[in-house]
Ligand binder design. Structure first.
Ligand code: NAP
Length: 276
């Protein structure tokens, strides 16, 4: 490995499941860029010292995943407003003057995927419902608000967690009890699952879906399986459906562009590169 080549990577624990190395290899090959992108398994107690060492080893940046996405804000010299609002970062840039900058591109990835998968979607189509109030929900809420969605129903099993988010994101967000999910789905144009329900190894998302209508836009952040029960029933109801894989791909675009100097396309071949 030559130190003159740009090197980036993804830091997490565990890390072997990460799709990012395959994705970055696909783009590096497609654009014939000489560079490296490496999975780095780093335990929580070693995170700060590893991040501070990487720039000295020739790294130009890194993606950060579980369990370091919140802790990284304490380590970075500077974080974007977006990362601070979300309370987590997933993309680090190591600047020439030795600084560590942190950004959160999950919301960018969410919106780029929504726009690509449902090109007719507009922010003022009507209310949106967000199921879940975890880390991913924070990125989705920040983006929906920034894009101009005026009414967002936030529905989470643990109501208190949704109320904390409502405090951060303000009056456009209305907290709704989990048992009311079916009713707010009926009243919404855009339906977003940010819970882990429906993911392989997790219970199904079992909220009533009979209020779904043709023309609704329904997206699931879960991407394993690609078609969750939510997306299957939405498709059968005539909704426009957008799976979660595209969000994972699009959130990597800003980092790749910054580190390797080329804005990469997310297309069918890109999807294939991380599947299987
Ligand atoms: P998280 O912070 O752990 O939040 C998990 C959410 O799921 C919480 O709202 C939690 O509700 C809810 N939940 C879990 N089990 C539940 C159950 N049995 N019944 C009802 N609600 C339940 O996780 P996260 O980081 O936000 O990630 C959430 C999902 O999004 C994961 O599947 C993750 O893989 C996916 N994701 C995908 C992308 C992408 O690029 N496509 C990006 C980020 C995340 P409580 O608050 O009540 O526990």
């Amino acid at each position: 490995m030559s130190s003159s080549l740009p090197i980036a990577g993804v830091i997490g624990d565990p890390i072997s499941h990460s799709k990012s190395p395959k994705l970055f290899r696909h783009w590096l090959d497609r654009y014939q860029i000489s560079g490296h992108y490496i999975p780095l398994k780093v335990a929580e107690q070693d995170f700060e010292s590893v991040v501070r060492t990487l720039p000295k080893m020739g790294f130009v940046g890194a993606n950060v995943t579980i369990p370091h996405k919140e802790k990284v804000l304490e380590v970075a010299d500077k974080a974007t407003d977006r990362a601070i609002l979300i309370g987590a970062a997933n993309t680090l840039i190591f600047t020439n003057d030795g600084q560590i900058r942190a950004d959160n591109t999950d919301g960018y990835g969410f919106l780029a995927n929504l726009r690509q998968g449902a090109p007719k979607w507009v922010p003022d189509a009507g209310p949106a419902v967000v199921l879940g109030a975890g880390g991913a929900a924070r990125a989705v809420l920040a983006t929906l608000i920034e894009t101009g969605v005026s009414t967002i129903y936030l529905c989470n099993r643990t109501r208190g967690r949704a109320e904390v988010l409502q405090q951060s994101f303000g009056p456009r967000v209305t907290v709704v009890d989990w048992v009311e999910a079916g009713n707010v789905i009926e009243d919404s144009q855009t339906i977003i699952n940010t819970t882990s329900l429906g993911m392989i190894g997790q219970p199904e998302l079992r909220v009533p879906l009979d209020g779904l209508e043709p023309g609704n836009v329904v997206t699931d952040l879960v991407y394993a399986p690609l078609e969750t029960r939510l997306l299957r029933e939405a498709r059968q109801a005539g909704c426009d459906v957008v799976d979660g894989l595209g969000m994972l791909l699009h959130q990597a675009v800003p980092g790749f562009e910054r580190w390797f100097g080329q804005r990469p396309e997310v297309d069918h071949d890109t999807r294939l590169s991380v599947l299987g």
